[in-house]
Design a protein around this ligand. Structure first.
Ligand code: AMP
Ligand code: ZN
Length: 469
């Protein structure tokens, strides 16, 4: 299996440190607002990568952290007259709910920065001891000139990085590229005790501390959006490798931006749609298909047209899925046994996914399969149920478990919801007959019993309607 490693800028054979275990760390959100559909691209593609590793038999320890202390959270809490904790807890919950709505598998853990302050302090203390971090009046900075490899992920030296970066001006820093490890407490802001006085951690140290705590000093895969390569991931490497004298990450993976009119979708530019807004218009499956159709590492333009087209694509699979479920239920054993090479479809799927998770080709394999099965179904009247079972297995293994673009279980739910409605309608017509026969006690009993089940009836001129409470 090949992975395009940002570090070497080449496709490398994937060899995890301790197979079949894989450790994977993805930089999560700063929780001061709902996340946008651009963020969702990174989370969904990371989810597909994790699911494919599981498909291949790996056991993935998947960490998605939550940055719950940061300037933006503090600013928001002041605007809303709330504590920073109230703001971050609210949006952390919304984050997990929205990810679940996007059918992203829950992470093994979602560690929060504020719950790991001691681990951060101990790394910073280690860096101070080594003469790499320096303290200026309670603010601690990382001296980038003390880490000879600084810039190795970006492939640039200090001068090039300095020229290209928008660097925060701070007179306390020795070098412009030095970055904050610990920020001295300011009046009215949350703070924690440390050997250097009260303060709060910088952003980069959070990921170094949490990844080491849960995944060890060297992790297999570290992922995030392209915007995190510099300075965030560069700084994580500098902190972790200087502190532990070990390679920090074997495979760096970065997701391309979701753009709007060729500009990165971002909160600060205001050119964004939240994931929850988009979920009101399109299914999670269509959103995932829209993303999966493009290679994870390249840019992608947000497009409602493509989302609508993806919705139609999902409908195609859903139609087939319903036919498959019906075909299994029929339990036919003496029908046609169509000739379709399932093994070959699995091979095609794994071949393209093994090549640096080429989801766009994987989607093509699945649609080719769907087309082929539809043709078979239209050409044969009685087909053995075992054919449908095998067809379902392929779709569950690939389209459902890896890409998450179909969910057979939710088909069941939709079917059972419509069955429920039919049963209610049936009861209503029985109740109408009872009313006509002036059997009011029994008609009322039906009304009361349905009410107890959360179904409210309303009698009107046009007949009886109902509402689920
Ligand atoms: P943030 O909350 O801005 O730290 O972003 C959370 C994750 O989403 C990070 O991995 C970012 O790199 C990623 N991200 C932010 N904007 C975009 C975008 N427009 N397209 C894809 N990923 C993004
Ligand atoms: Zn990070």
């Amino acid at each position: 299996m090949l992975i395009n490693n940002t570090f070497s800028k080449t496709k490398e054979e994937f060899r995890p440190i301790n197979p079949p275990n894989v450790t994977m760390y993805v930089c999560g959100p700063t929780v001061y607002d709902y996340f946008h559909i651009g963020n969702a691209r990174s989370f969904i593609m990371a989810d597909i990568i994790r699911r494919y590793l599981e498909f291949k038999g790996y056991s993935v320890n998947f960490l998605l952290n939550i940055t719950d202390i940061e300037d933006k959270i503090i600013r928001r809490s002041k605007e809303e007259n709330k504590t920073a904790q109230e703001v971050s807890e609210f949006y952390a919950k919304a984050f997990n709910n929205d990810l679940a709505s996007l059918k992203v598998k829950p992470a093994t853990r979602n560690p929060k920065a504020t719950e790991h302050i001691n681990e951060m302090i101990s790394i910073i203390a280690g860096l101070v001891e080594k003469g790499i971090a320096y303290n200026v009046d309670g603010n601690l900075f990382y001296d980038v000139t003390k880490f000879p490899d600084y810039g190795k992920l970006s492939g640039k030296n200090l001068e090039e990085l300095e020229a290209g970066a928008r660097i925060e001006v701070n007179e306390q820093k020795k070098n412009p590229l030095d970055f904050a490890l610990w920020k001295k407490a300011k009046e009215g802001e949350p703070s924690w005790d440390s050997p250097w006085g009260k303060g709060r951690p910088g952003w980069h140290i959070e990921c170094s501390a949490m990844s080491t705590k849960y995944l060890g000093n060297t992790i297999d895969i570290h992922a995030g959006g392209n915007d995190l390569i510099f300075p965030h991931h560069e700084n994580e490497i500098a902190q972790s490798e200087a502190c532990f004298n070990q390679k920090f990450v074997k495979y760096w993976m970065h997701f391309g931006f979701l753009n709007i009119q060729n500009e990165k979708m971002s909160k600060s530019l205001g050119n964004f749609f939240t994931a929850r807004e988009i979920l009101k218009k399109y299914s999670a499956e269509a959103i995932r298909l829209f993303f999966a159709q493009t290679y994870y590492g390249g840019p992608l333009n947000f497009s409602e047209e493509l989302l609508s087209a993806a919705e139609k694509g999902v409908e195609k699979i859903v139609n087939l899925a319903e036919m498959i479920d019906a075909g299994i239920k029929k339990n036919i054993e003496d029908g046609a046994q169509p000739d379709i090479d399932f093994k070959n479809y699995y091979m095609q799927f794994t071949e393209v996914m093994d090549d640096d998770f080429n989801t766009s080709k994987a989607v093509a394999v699945i649609f080719d399969f769907v087309k082929n099965v539809n043709k078979i179904v239209s050409e044969n009247e009685r087909i053995n149920s075992s054919f449908f079972s095998e067809t379902k297995k392929f779709l569950v293994d690939t389209a459902e478990n890896v890409l998450g673009i179909i969910h057979f279980d939710s088909l069941q739910k939709e079917v059972s919801a419509s069955l429920e409605n039919e049963v209610i309608e049936l009861l209503l017509s029985v109740r109408n007959i009872l009313k006509k026969e002036k059997n009011f006690p029994l008609a009322d009993q039906i009304r009361n019993d349905l009410n107890k089940l959360g179904i409210e009836l309303k009698d009107g001129k046009e007949g009886t309607t109902y509402k689920k409470k």
